[in-house]
Structure formats: C-alpha cells, structure tokens
Design a protein. Structure first.
Length: 430
C-alpha cells in the first residue's frame, strides 16, 4: 500500500507519510494528534528477527496563541422572536512573542470553534456560516492570520421566554504535546446590556397579530337598519382572535401589566378604528356602551382560547358607509417598519336608520289608446339607494276603477316591475 513511504538503509528505517492518504488529508491537521507505531518482522543479515515493537506518542506541535472575539452585527439592533440575532466572530492565530516570524516552523495551527453546551440550556440554536453548530467547526490558520465568521442565534418556535443568558463559544487548539494540554479560549455572544451591566440575549416581542372571528371573519360587508340596531340596543358585537394565544394573552404584553418583565411590555391597546369609506382622514376610535374606548387587551376580556369580544356603541355615530378594523398598537421601537402596530382586514359597515321616502309625487296618467298605455313606462323616484336584489322585497299594486268596478294589478299580475338604484320602474302588461 502507498499509505506510507518506507526506506530501509543499514540500521535505519525511514518512514514518510503520503499526505493524500492520511486520515486528516493534511499534515497540518496531524499536529498534536496521537499516533501508535508498530514494527514487526525486522531481521538482520544473519536472519535474527526482533520481537514486535509498539510505540505511542503525539505528532509534535507548538501550542498556538489563539484569539476569539465576538461582537454584535449592529449595535442597538432590534430582533423579533422569528429573526436570527447576528454576530461576527473573529478567529485569530496570534503571535506568541513579538519577534515570531510568519514563516517560523509550527506557526500554522489547526483550531476548532465550538459551543459550550452548559451555556445553552434554553430553546436557542446556534448557526455558524449557515450551518448548525452541533459539532466544532475546523479552521487552519497561518501565523498572525485571522478570519471572520458569521454567527446566528435563533429562538425555537416554542416557549414564551424572550430573554436568555449569553451563549459561550470556545476556540480550541488541536495541538497537544506530550506534556501540553489543548489551548482553549472562550467568548460570550450577547446583544443586550442592562443598566446594571448584566449581559443577555434578548428578543423584542412583536406587536400581537390579531384577526376577525365569527361573522366578521366570514363577511366583508354589513348593513344595519333601524330595526336591526334597535334589536341590538345600538350595540354591535365585535369578536377578534389572538393568533399568539398559545404563548401569551394580549394582556401579557400590555404596558399596564405589572407582573411581566419590563422588556416584554409593548402593547398599548387593541382598539376598534372606523372612518367613512373613501375618507383619507383620521380614524375614529370605537366606544363601549356606557363610555370608554374599546380595548381588547384589557385584563379579563380575552378567554383561554384566544377569543375576545366587546360591544361597540354606535348610537352617536351618523348614518353612513364606514370602513372598520381592529388595530393592536405597540410602543415605538424604531428600525423595523410596521413593527409598531398590527391591523385586521378592513370591513365595510353601513348604518342606515332612515327609511327611504318617495321623491316627488307619483302620478299615473293614462291617456290615449290601450296600446299606447301599455307601451308607456312609469317611474317612482326615492331619496336613497334601494335594495333591488331579486326576489323583490317590496310590493307594488295599482287599483283601477272602471264603471265602478275595481281591478287590482300587481307585479306579475298585470304589471312588470324593474328596480334600479333609486328608482322603481313599471309598465302595464299586454
């Protein structure tokens, strides 16, 4: 085999490794590693054979002076729970003394970057250059050489915790001489430092995602008449769903909750907004029956399954066509567009408490022959748009008196009727 190149001369056996065949694929990576040498079947010219000989040792190496520095990708950067916190790790093979030459023997070294498992006891994962740091990653550096690698720390999808202890990484030399232990240095990854100097990894809670539920989730347009509103006592029920209820209720993010860490207090309110359709002005805020603004984040409003219901008092709102939505409003953290609020879909809502009235005085003037009357169209105009979906909900009838004999005509019985917009048009059937 060509794993080793062997030369025997007089009383010396010389051994040289084939670099392509060594397990590490590189001589540099052999430095400091254990090996076992076994020699058998060695004979002298007289035919005397020695006993098998075995020897264990290390490939000699000079322990390096490794360096590891971890810094945040950007100071004061805000990270939401679904984002990776990014760091830069500088790995260096520093000189051991000022006069050390780059080309000096043993300046090249083999280093391993790994994760201290004792520092990661929560639901965090560490990636280096896009790969999970499950096993230490290997680096070969010349003397005074350094490389920068990218580290990402992610929060798993489970768990409510947003603040964690720093993650510790180690940089370890593979060099271990007969009397030397591997050189190891460590550095901590953290993105937050408290007023008391405490270092931590911290994610910023998002503004809670909410959505309509119940009838509001199924329809996009609602019309309320006077009768309907009277039945509801002018109070329209609204229902929303907290999409993150498994982890936290809305009140668990509230700035009014004194039982949660300050870094988790972001939610100011979850309120109903409304304004006239096609109006680009300010949104109004819905009110509760009896006064006070609608706020679904108040303690006790949301149930155990994430549903929250409140009633909107529309008694003081003028009849019109409105667009409404529910919005969660959070403290401004800056730097992340759209991270300070979350909106539901917009729903169209029409308040119409005034019945339509006839515009003008309708007249039926029958002149000329019967054929002429049957060809003429008569119109009833109203003050507002009518509900013209078929089958028609209105009734139209005409009573004709002929020689003191009355004859009643109606839609489909002597009269043809068409409803469009603000008008009802009809004509006599042939």
């Amino acid at each position: 085999r060509d794993d080793l190149h062997v030369i025997c001369s007089e009383n010396i056996i010389s051994i040289q490794f084939n670099e392509e065949r060594v397990p590490t694929r590189s001589f540099a990576r052999l430095m400091g590693r254990m090996y076992e040498l076994t020699v058998t079947d060695v004979v002298d010219p007289a035919g005397n054979k020695i006993e098998p000989y075995t020897y264990q040792s290390n490939f000699v190496c000079s322990p390096p002076n490794p360096g590891l520095t971890i810094t945040s990708f950007q100071d004061d950067m805000i990270y939401l729970p679904d984002q990776a916190i990014r760091f830069s790790a500088v790995i260096s093979n520093n000189e051991k003394y000022p006069s050390q030459s780059v080309d000096e023997q043993w300046s090249k070294t083999y280093l391993e970057l790994g994760l201290d498992p004792k520092s990661n006891t929560d639901d965090l994962t560490v990636h280096v250059n896009g790969e999970p740091l499950v096993e230490p990653q290997e680096y070969i550096l010349e003397g005074r050489e350094s490389v920068t690698t990218h580290v990402e720390i992610r929060k798993t999808s489970t768990g409510k915790k947003l603040k964690f202890d720093p993650i510790n990484l180690f940089l370890r030399s593979s060099c271990m001489g007969d009397e030397e232990n591997p050189i190891t240095v460590t550095a901590s990854a953290f993105n937050h430092k408290g007023d008391d100097g405490t270092e931590s990894i911290m994610f910023t809670p998002p503004c809670p995602a909410i959505q309509w539920t119940g009838s509001m989730a199924k329809e996009r347009r609602f019309v309320f008449s006077r009768n309907a509103l009277d039945d509801l006592e002018m109070h329209i029920e609204l229902s929303i769903f907290n999409q993150d209820y498994v982890n936290r209720k809305l009140f668990d993010r509230s700035v009014l909750n004194d039982n949660i860490p300050s870094e988790e207090k972001r939610l100011e309110k979850v309120t109903l907004l409304y304004r006239r359709s096609r109006d680009t002005g300010q949104w109004g805020i819905g009110s509760l029956p009896g006064g006070g603004r609608i706020d679904f984040s108040v303690q006790g409003v949301e149930d155990e399954l994430g549903y929250a219901k409140l009633k909107w008092d529309v008694s003081g709102i003028a009849d019109s066509q409105y667009e409404i939505k529910v919005q969660s409003v959070c403290t401004d953290i800056g730097g992340l567009p759209g991270s300070n609020f979350y909106d539901t879909d917009t729903i169209e809502l029409i308040l119409d408490r005034v019945s339509p009235s006839i515009y003008g005085r309708p007249q039926v003037k029958l002149t000329g022959s019967i054929d002429m009357v049957q060809d003429e169209e008569f119109v009833l105009s109203f003050t507002e748009q009518l509900f013209c979906d078929e089958p028609y909900t209105f009734a139209l009838s005409i009573t004709l008196s002929i020689n003191e004999i009355e004859k009643n005509l109606s839609h489909g019985n002597g009269i043809k009727v068409i409803c469009e917009g603000k008008m009802i048009r009809y004509r006599f059937e042939h």
